[in-house]
Design a protein around this ligand. Sequence first.
Ligand code: PGA
Length: 244
Amino acid sequence: MAANWKMYKTPNQARDFFRDFLPLVSGHERDEIVVCPPFLDLPASVEAAKGSNVSIGGQNVHWKEEGAFTGETSAAQLLALGVTHVIIGHSERRQYFGETDDTVNLRLKAALEAGLIPICCVGEVLEEREAGLTDDVLRRQCVRAFHALSAKKAAKLVVAYEPVWAIGTGKTATPELAAEAHAVIRREASEIFGEEFAGKLRILYGGSVKPDNATALMSQEEIDGALVGGASLDAKSFAAIVKY
Ligand code: PGA
C-alpha cells in the first residue's frame, strides 16, 4: 500500500503526518506500507518512520550515479538517506516533464541495480481507452520499461496500473476494469520474465483510491495493492485505505 504525496507537505507537515499515521497502522502486517514524500521531506520522513512498519520511497530517480544533472537525484543519494522504494514513470512525469518509455527503462534499471524497490507506473490516457487501445498501450509501456532486464534483476519490481483519466479526477476505474488491465500487465510480464515471476509480481492500482472504494478494488484477486495520491495526504484516510 503506497502513498504518493506528489508536491504536497513541508518537512514539518510530514512529521505531523507520521505522528498521527504510525499509531493507526502499528502492528499491521498484512501489507507492506510505503510513503513517498517529495525529496525535501525525505530526511524528516525517514527519521519519523524509523523503527516502524512504514518504509519511505522517492518519487523519481536518475539513472546515472552522479554528474551534471541539475535538479536530479541518484539512487545512491536516496539510499544514503534510508529510502528503500522509488516511484518511476508516474504519468505526471510522462505528461509534464518529458518522461518517456525509454527513460523509464533507464531509471528502472538503475533503481534495481542499486537495490531500490521500484514502483513502475503504467496506464492509458482517456483517448487511448476510448479508442480501444488500452491493452496495446499497457503492453508497449511494459515491453519498453522492462527492456533488457532479467527476471533475476527485476525480482523486486512492483508495477502500478494508473489509468491517467482516473488520477486526481475522482473517477475510479471499476474494480473489474482495473482487474482486466492488471491481467494484461501480468500476461505481458509472463511473456517477458516467465510465468513464475508474473505470478509473484505485485501490481498496484492507482487513480482516485479512497477509503470508501478500497475494499471493492482490493477484493479483486488481480489487484495486489494501491498507489494512493490525494487520499494519502491525510493520516486517517490513508490508514483507512491500508486497513480496508
Ligand atoms: P490520486 O493519485 O489517488 O490522487 O488519483 C494517484 C496517483 O497519481 O498515484
